[in-house]
Structure formats: structure tokens, C-alpha cells
Design a protein around this ligand. Structure first.
Ligand code: CUA
Length: 420
């Protein structure tokens, strides 16, 4: 092997890395970049970052320049005697102590200023949102409006939002790179974070958990939709409405008994159950950019009989019964049986674009597979495997909670789809 092959390989690797970084920097969109400057929080951080990167670059070029000059000027030459050895240089030592001390002092001023600004209490009149981290999903409460939702955050443009950050279990970290954060959710301690989204139009931002919190840490995502104040108000009014039951009351039960009229009765009930139309119910699916649509592949080996048609009324009966055990963990406002607080609130689940902590699109296929075997769909998830005859990957045995047939699951999903 040639003696210089290793340095050459290293040089090629370094060049490839530099080119990769350059190519990545040329990509047109950086949806998850912190340099969007859509909030005063990110602008403060960006300002500090600019100072540090420029000062750091100057120091790097200066030090490396001196090093290069020294290497070239004083390198070993043939026939030259060994150079004279010296010990200590008071002037140099004072200089290389004083200059870094001065640089640190200069950096400290804007750093401390930014820390005080971003740690200050939120201004009066801020929208209050309580964020609760769960393994592995996000709960968002709007206490002044009595709204509880999951994994999708709606924020009005131009109004400061103050997040109260809590955790239901282990440490998490709340981070929307395009808006602000990251700030930790710590057990037995409440953190706060505030900023004012000021993008001009409706926008979607990806959110992440930025603190390792267990098996599905990487699957703990969410979305933040920044919308116009009028749209936010409409969204609030819509979210405040309870879910309306589809199950016919006893006076209508007779009419619904024969199979021929059952479907028609269900359709009528669904139409009746739909809440009053608001001008804005949720961010239109069609307008959600590709970077905010999950692409998690469906794990191999999971099957579902796609030919089954779900009946939403049957679905509501199953979800509310002890058979399915959904009520142990989930809440649906308006249904006195559904009061669980362990899992996401399902009152308006059909208005959300994703399920499972933002890793799958909220559609019939993914919901069916999710209920059938959530533990295959999302490693470590607390939700049990409810599909009949399904293996629970966490125990390696048949799921003891697996009681639901594909038909029952299809019914539940048909019902969930009505929860707009
Ligand atoms: Cu929650 Cu990582």
C-alpha cells in the first residue's frame, strides 16, 4: 500500500463531507430550521447566534492563520541545525490570557441580555396553553377555553402564547424549531416558554420532543398551525363543542332495527350529529405542505380486511362499552362514559391530520391498523394490542386485550371519523 493512501482517503472523505454540507445548504426549503425568525424568541436566538458565529469564525481564521504561517516558515529544512530552545514569554502569555477574557466579556453582554429576555414572564394577555408531555405524545390544554387536544397546536398569528410546560411521566423537551424552544418538561417542576408567531399567512410548523424519553422518543412529534385570529376564534368555538352521540334514542330504536333502514338511519344520525358549521374547523388537509405529512412506513406483517365497511353507530357502542376498554384511557366530551385521561382526548379527533404522536396520517387505514396492533405500529407504546388473535410484541405472547374483530375495529374507526 502506498504510504500516502491513508491521508488521501481522509482528504477525499473530508471533501465529500464538505460537498454534502454545501449541497444540503443549497436545498430550497428548510422547514425545520431555527432560522425562520417567525417569533421574537427565534429572532433573539438568531441575533446571538450571528454574533457568536462571526466572532468564532474570526478567532478560528486568526489562530489557524498563525498556525499555518508558523508551519510554513519554520518547518524543518535539510542541513539546518536544531532551533534555539526558549522557555516562557511573559508578553505572549499575558496577551493570550487577556484576549480570550476580553472576547468572553464581549460575548457575555448579549448572551445575558438574551437569557433575561427569553426567561422573563410572558406579557399580560398572552394566550395560555398548558403542554403536557406523555410517553409518547403531546397534550395541549387551553384552560381559558376549556379545550383539551393532542398533537396539533393552533396558535393565532400576532398574539403572544405562553406555554406552561409539564410532564406526566419522564423528562421531555418541547421544541418547534421554526417558532421557538427547546425547553424541557421536567417532573415536579413547571417551566414556561412564550413567543409571538408573526408569520404573515397560515403556516405549519413541525414540533419535536428534544429530550430522550424512551423507546419511541423519535416518534413523539406534533404540529403547530399558526392561523389568522378569526380562524383561531372559529377553531376555538368548534373545539368547545361536545361530540354528539350517534346512538339512536329508544324512540328511534324500532325504526333502526331492520337492516334495510339501519344504514339510512345511521346516515341521518351522522348528519344530525355534525356540529354547527364554523368558517374554520381545522387547517385544510390539502394545504398541509409535504414536510408536515408523516411518511412512516406501515410495519410488515400487519394485515386488515379492507373490504369491511364500518358502521359508526356500532362503533360508538363498542368504543363506549367495556368490551373495547377504550374508555379506560380516552375521553370524548359529551359522552359521560368516556372520561379517561391516560391517552389523547378524542372529542374532535377527526379534525387532526395525524395520529400516534404525529407519525401516521389520520386516515381509515392507519387508524384500523393502529387499533388492531398499536404496539407493532409504534414500539413501546402504552396502548394495548386490541386486535383479536394478535401477538403483543412487548410480551411476545397473544395479547390478553385482543378482543376486537376487524369488523368491530372498522366500526370504531367509522365512528372516530365522525368526530369532526
Ligand atoms: Cu418525549 Cu423524547
Amino acid at each position: 500500500m502506498a504510504p500516502h493512501s491513508r491521508p488521501r482517503r481522509l482528504a477525499i472523505a473530508a471533501l465529500t463531507a464538505v460537498l454534502a454540507v454545501l449541497i444540503a445548504a443549497c436545498a430550497p426549503a428548510h422547514p425545520n430550521s431555527i432560522f425562520h425568525n417567525h417569533t421574537e424568541f427565534n429572532r433573539e436566538i438568531g441575533y446571538l447566534f450571528d454574533i457568536l458565529i462571526w466572532l468564532g469564525s474570526f478567532v478560528f481564521v486568526f489562530v489557524e492563520g498563525i498556525l499555518l504561517i508558523t508551519l510554513i516558515k519554520f518547518h524543518k529544512r535539510d542541513g539546518q541545525p536544531a532551533p534555539q530552545q526558549t522557555h516562557g514569554n511573559t508578553k505572549l502569555e499575558i496577551l493570550w490570557t487577556a484576549i480570550p477574557a476580553l472576547i468572553l466579556a464581549v460575548i457575555a453582554v448579549p448572551t445575558v441580555r438574551t437569557i433575561f429576555k427569553t426567561e422573563a414572564p410572558a406579557p399580560q394577555g398572552a394566550l395560555q396553553v398548558t403542554v403536557t408531555g406523555h410517553q409518547w405524545w403531546w397534550q395541549f390544554d387551553y384552560p381559558e377555553y376549556g379545550i383539551t387536544t393532542a398533537n396539533e397546536l393552533y396558535l393565532p398569528i400576532g398574539r403572544t402564547v405562553n406555554f406552561t410546560l409539564q410532564t406526566a411521566d419522564v423528562l421531555h423537551s418541547f421544541w418547534i424549531p421554526g417558532l421557538g424552544g427547546k425547553r424541557d418538561l421536567i417532573s415536579n417542576h413547571t417551566n414556561y416558554l412564550w413567543f409571538t408567531p408573526d408569520s404573515v399567512g397560515d403556516d405549519v410548523f413541525n414540533g419535536f420532543c428534544a429530550e430522550f424519553c424512551g423507546t419511541s422518543h423519535a416518534n413523539m412529534r406534533f404540529k403547530a398551525f399558526t392561523v389568522k385570529p378569526a380562524e383561531f376564534a372559529a377553531w376555538v368555538r368548534h373545539q368547545q363543542q361536545p361530540a354528539v352521540s350517534l346512538i339512536p334514542d329508544t324512540t328511534k330504536a324500532k325504526a333502526a332495527k331492520t337492516p334495510a333502514t339501519k344504514g339510512a338511519a345511521a346516515a341521518a344520525q351522522v348528519a344530525q350529529a355534525a356540529p354547527a358549521t364554523e368558517s374554520f374547523v381545522s387547517f385544510p388537509r390539502a394545504d398541509i405542505p409535504a414536510y408536515a405529512v408523516p411518511e412512516t412506513p406501515i410495519p410488515a406483517g400487519l394485515t386488515f380486511d379492507q373490504s369491511l365497511k364500518g358502521d359508526p353507530i356500532e362503533g360508538e357502542k363498542v368504543i363506549t362499552s367495556m368490551t373495547s376498554q377504550c374508555l379506560a384511557c380516552h375521553a370524548i366530551k359529551g359522552n359521560p362514559m368516556m372520561q379517561g385521561v391516560v391517552g389523547p382526548n378524542l372529542t374532535h379527533v377527526a379534525t387532526r391530520s395525524t395520529i400516534a404522536g404525529g407519525i401516521y396520517p389520520n386516515d381509515v387505514q392507519h387508524l384500523e391498523l393502529w387499533i388492531k396492533n398499536a404496539r407493532i405500529m409504534k414500539p413501546g407504546v402504552l396502548m394495548y394490542t386490541f386486535g383479536k388473535g394478535q401477538m403483543d410484541p412487548q410480551t411476545g405472547k397473544l395479547s390478553t386485550y385482543g378482543t376486537l374483530t376487524d369488523q368491530q375495529i372498522a366500526d370504531i374507526v367509522a365512528y372516530l371519523q365522525t368526530l369532526k
